[in-house]
Ligand binder design. Structure first.
Ligand code: FE2
Length: 421
């Protein structure tokens, strides 16, 4: 059980924050960092209540404040109001965090609790570690001091970007191992895929710049109607965090690394589904479906077998740029030659989540394993696959289905292109 390690890392991620950094909520999709700290602790209490209806929560005030969207527990506050409460204070929330840590450790030691549900709460904490990193980029950018930072050690290989063909056939989509997965990754089931081509790399900043320079953001014909409306209403002219330095005619990005000229060889990040879809139309391609993405990432046609990751069944920083790499940014394409999938696709895990064209909906035979966790989000969201440089290693596998609304772009999301043959 990785409980203690997980709790320690949540604390490590916020180790160098100032008191004031914990409380701000600058926009409606960001949560105050203090709220994340309390909410991940609250989730363990929710599990304890589920296991024992007589369980008494630490505080009724906390039950309401730290509830994200679980109507079955109590009516939650609107997300935007998380930042308007000065109480509980950050100090009180840390106290609560430690009380819950101690409580769960003693329960684990007594061996009298259903580990399956506790595992869900640990995985939930992984998800919030990543969400906190999105929020910290927005709140602090390069003022954020990571508790650990490394430089890329893996070899860089100059590989020409191209598309590869994947032959038609029946593919078994979904999670098929005995290791942890969310309910939405199951059950594994058959889908038929036509022949298709998929790019071996995600789309790079340099490639995306060509779309911008060709007037992509000014021409309705590349955009879905809702996408075009979003572009107009928000005056989008580039991915989030990009600014044009007109004096030097360069695109600049501000992120954890600092203010810098955008690296043309890194995957484009912080784009919405609408932007990913518009780029593909401009380029004469399309986004892959989630089944096409998954097959390209982990199916070995010669051996007739599926692995959890493109390179095998265990994950490490040798193969992908994930949170444990502690690089705090994307790596250039070609940085992880050992992470290649059997079909020859690179960087499918880590760096950026990849938008697919698939609606987030239940697989045939889906059974909810925890009410309101995933099962109430099967509408108006698209599936993303593959994880980002902020995804903890135990929070990603090829079958993992992330989902966000079509206009969201503060997550580290990019995409790769596909096409029909
Ligand atoms: Fe949550």
């Amino acid at each position: 059980m990785d409980f203690v390690k997980t709790r320690k890392r949540t604390l490590a991620l916020v180790k160098h924050l100032e008191n004031d950094d914990f409380v701000v909520q600058p926009t409606n999709y960001i949560s105050p960092i203090k709220w994340h700290i309390g909410h991940v602790s609250w989730m363990y209490e929710v599990i304890l209540k589920k296991l024992d209806p007589h369980y008494i929560f630490h505080s009724n005030e906390y039950v309401k404040y730290f509830n994200s969207y679980y109507q079955g527990i109590t009516a939650p506050y609107e997300k935007m109001s998380r930042g308007i409460f000065s109480r509980p204070t950050t100090k009180q929330i840390f106290k609560y965090f430690h009380i819950i840590t101690k409580k769960i450790i003693s329960i684990i030691n007594k061996n009298d609790v259903d580990i399956t549900l506790l595992r869900l709460a640990i995985n939930h904490e992984y998800q919030h570690q990543e969400l906190m990193i999105y929020d910290l980029q927005y709140i602090l950018s390069n003022l954020y001091k990571p508790f650990k930072k490394t430089n890329l050690q893996s070899p860089y290989m100059k590989i020409k970007s191209k598309m590869i063909k994947i032959s038609s056939g029946i593919y078994n989509l979904g999670h098929n191992s005995t290791k942890f997965s969310y309910d939405v990754e199951k059950p594994e089931h058959k889908v038929y895929l036509e022949d298709y081509k998929i790019c071996i790399f995600p789309v790079t900043n340099g490639e995306y710049m060509k779309f911008i320079e060709d007037g992509g953001y000014n021409d309705y014909k590349y955009w879905l109607a809702d996408g075009w409306k979003t572009v107009q209403e928000n005056n989008w002219e580039a991915p989030m965090y990009w600014k044009k330095d007109n004096k030097h005619d360069k695109w600049i990005k501000q992120d954890f690394i600092g203010k810098r000229i955008i690296n043309q060889h890194e995957p484009v990040s912080n784009v919405s589904f609408y932007e990913a879809d518009a780029y593909c139309r401009w380029y004469g391609k399309r986004l892959p479906t989630e089944a096409e993405w998954e097959k390209a990432s982990c199916w070995n046609e010669k051996k007739c077998q599926k692995t959890m990751f493109p390179w095998g069944n265990t994950i490490s920083t040798k193969f992908a740029n994930i949170l444990e790499s502690y690089l705090w940014k994307c790596t250039e394409i070609g940085s992880y030659p050992d992470g290649k999938s059997p079909y020859g696709c690179y960087q499918m895990i880590g760096d950026v989540w990849e938008w697919t064209s698939s609606e987030f909906t239940k697989y045939p035979g889906f059974k909810s394993e925890f009410k309101e966790y995933n099962d109430k989000w099967f509408t108006n969201q698209k599936v993303l696959r593959g994880g980002s440089f902020a995804t903890p290693k135990d929070s990603i596998r090829c079958s993992y289905r992330n989902f966000f609304r079509l206009d969201e772009r503060w997550l580290f999301a990019g995409f790769r292109c596909a096409e029909d043959i």
